[in-house]
Design a protein around this ligand. Structure first.
Ligand code: FAD
Length: 556
């Protein structure tokens, strides 16, 4: 066994985890950052198209807040939205001073480009930013443990004492004791058919849930991105606002029918519904047309997305000369409003010492029910990373270490390796496929219905009762896959049951059997936690006082 101890343990080294580590270290904490992949090369952050929403004091906070509140179905918390804007202004300047690879104009000023719902994202090549962040963390002296999958949180008497896991290459057991733990494990992608997200399977949600944490807005984990039919395209948010147009088989532009305000620049959930309806009504396939993009934006796109254009070149496709056949690509909870419930401005959860950041934390606090708001996801990762790192470091200064009991450590070790020890018959991949079948598909996530949600719940019951007991791990890589399956199973149940509970349609949650928005009964968040009988759900009112405070009129 390898045993470590630190003040703040950060689990997951995407942009949120990197920022949590940096901030905790800045405040003098001794930090360990673990990732089941390699920090700087893993996580959706690494594959991001390179847009960070950057509010500046010259922008009108009220109009931003008003728009996002309306677009997100009034599920955001205005107080958190303001925090996001003020903080991201500072953080982007800080990153810029460090030399982050942001695009600048000829006078050296940061360039802001439009995207879904905004005109204000700083832009950069995604891969370069995360390598840059890794170097920054290494320079600060943070202990980075790559390729360690965390499988258990050590929680005693409602307080987190660290985490346990294993090295995915050699199977060595790791125990890391900590005074505070930040969960920045990303979202849950269900390994859907979209690029750069297979590594995030809801492990953070499951780790926290199993130990009593509350999660919120899980019904909004149903994001469909959209992409080229033959390989994945990222950067759609920017493309949409730089001249990109959606057309159907008849050559008609159809987006303004579904979103008269944003048209071709609509959010992902509107695009998904529009595509599904156009195809169902016989006007498919759908195309995305970039032929009218300006020369300047074409060369910027090539610069920011070199890998994508290499693929186009290799395939002999010129997206600026021909329209591209376009299909939906499932993205699950990446960049959506679901995740761990935050109980204060330092991203605490309801478990003492446990913090959440990035896609693991409930981004609905700033986007409500929007799926795929361009560029805010990375701002959220930065801001919550920073705040959770600060929360963890402050707590660490104020409390003593508490050693976990040996019995707890033994239980964690047994649980970590349990899939290796028994003779199973089924590979984790086969089981994962069943989970994908429960949520992926226009009729499961884009247009929901009680009967289909119940069908999916029945399917995952079989997974839980009949398949999970039979999965086997023939090596440590497969062991990682087994833990991923288990985490995605828990996430799937939360999502389906929350979606069943919300008997209305609001923003990205569309119920065929309840097509109207019900403001009288559903200006509410759905919260889930574990109790002795399984999942317990409750609803809580959105913070109406904060809407009043910022002069935002609720649709009542
Ligand atoms: C292709 C693509 C393009 C995108 N482009 C943009 C964009 O331009 N702008 C924008 O705002 N948003 C974008 N998004 C969304 C954005 O990338 C994510 O919302 C954001 O990166 C989340 O950051 P994070 O740090 O929370 O998680 P991630 O970057 O996903 O990192 C999570 C990390 O946790 C690790 N991990 C998970 N489980 C465990 C475990 N059990 N043990 C140890 N480690 C674990 C993973 O290996 C991973 O490295 C894009 C998403 C995709 C997929």
């Amino acid at each position: 066994m390898k045993r470590y101890s630190c003040d703040v343990l950060v689990i997951g080294g995407g942009l949120a985890g990197c920022w949590a580590s940096i901030r905790a270290q800045q405040l003098g904490a001794n930090v360990i950052l673990v990732d089941k992949g390699k920090v700087g090369y893993s996580g959706c952050s690494t594959f991001a198209a390179g847009d960070i929403l950057w509010w500046t004091p010259k922008d009108d906070l009220y109009s931003w807040l008003n728009n996002y509140a309306r677009w997100g179905g009034y599920l955001l918390d205005p107080e958190w939205f303001k925090r996001l804007c003020y903080d991201i202004y500072e953080r982007v300047l800080e990153m810029s001073e460090w030399g982050a690879p942001f695009e600048r104009d000829s006078r050296g000023n940061l360039v802001r480009k439009p995207g879904r719902g905004h005109n204000a994202a700083v832009v950069f090549p995604g891969f370069e930013l995360m390598k840059f962040m890794r170097r920054k963390i290494e320079q600060a002296g943070t202990n980075i443990l790559d390729r360690i999958m965390v499988t258990e949180l050590l929680v005693e008497d409602g307080r987190v004492l660290g985490a346990a896991g294993f090295n995915v290459r050699n199977g060595e057991f790791y125990l890391i004791e900590a005074k505070a733990v930040v969960l920045s494990t990303g979202g849950c992608s269900w390994k859907g058919n979209y690029f750069g997200q297979d590594m995030v399977c809801g492990e953070g949600y499951a780790l926290a849930y199993r130990n009593g944490a509350k999660l919120m807005n899980m019904e909004y984990s149903n994001c469909y991105n959209s992409t080229y039919r033959y390989f994945d395209i990222y950067g759609l948010s920017r493309f949409q606002r730089l001249g990109g147009k959606f057309t159907n088989a008849l050559g008609e532009r159809f987006m303004s029918k579904y979103d008269p305000e944003l048209g071709d620049g609509a959010f992902l959930h509107t695009i998904a519904i529009a595509m599904a309806k156009e195809v169902m009504e016989g006007r498919g396939p759908i195309y995305f047309d970039l032929t009218e993009m300006s020369e300047e934006d074409r060369s910027l796109s090539r610069k920011l997305l070199p890998m994508l254009f290499e693929m186009f070149d290799q395939a002999g496709v010129d997206p600026f000369k021909e329209r591209l056949e376009w299909i939906p690509g499932f993205q699950g909870s990446i960049g959506t409003g679901s995740g761990l419930m935050l109980t204060d401005e330092f991203c605490s959860t309801n478990i003492k010492g446990l913090y959440a950041a990035g896609d693991a934390a409930c981004e609905g606090l700033v986007i409500g029910g929007i799926n795929g708001p361009g560029a805010i996801n990375l701002s959220w990762a930065i801001v919550t990373g920073y705040r959770s790192g600060e929360g963890g470091a402050r707590l660490a200064k104020s409390i003593e270490f508490k050693k976990p009991e040996d019995a707890l450590i033994n239980d964690c070790q047994k649980s970590t390796f349990r899939f290796l020890l028994k003779d199973g018959e089924i590979s984790p991949q086969e089981v994962y496929y069943q989970l994908q079948e429960s949520v992926i598909g226009w009729d499961k996530s884009i247009i929901r219905h009680r009967d289909r949600l119940n069908e999916s719940l029945n399917r995952i019951k079989i997974v839980e009762e009949e398949l999970i007991p039979k999965i086997r791990a023939s090596d440590f890589h497969q062991l990682m896959r087994c833990h991923e399956v288990e985490a995605t199973l828990i996430t799937t149940e939360m999502v389906l049951r929350s979606a069943l509970l919300r008997e209305e349609s609001r923003a990205a949650h569309f119920r065929e059997d309840y097509p109207k928005t019900d403001n009288l009964n559903w200006l509410k968040w759905i919260v889930v936690e574990k109790n002795k009988d399984g999942m317990k759900f409750e609803t809580i009112d959105i913070p109406k006082k904060n809407y009043e405070k910022y002069g935002i009129k609720l649709p009542l």
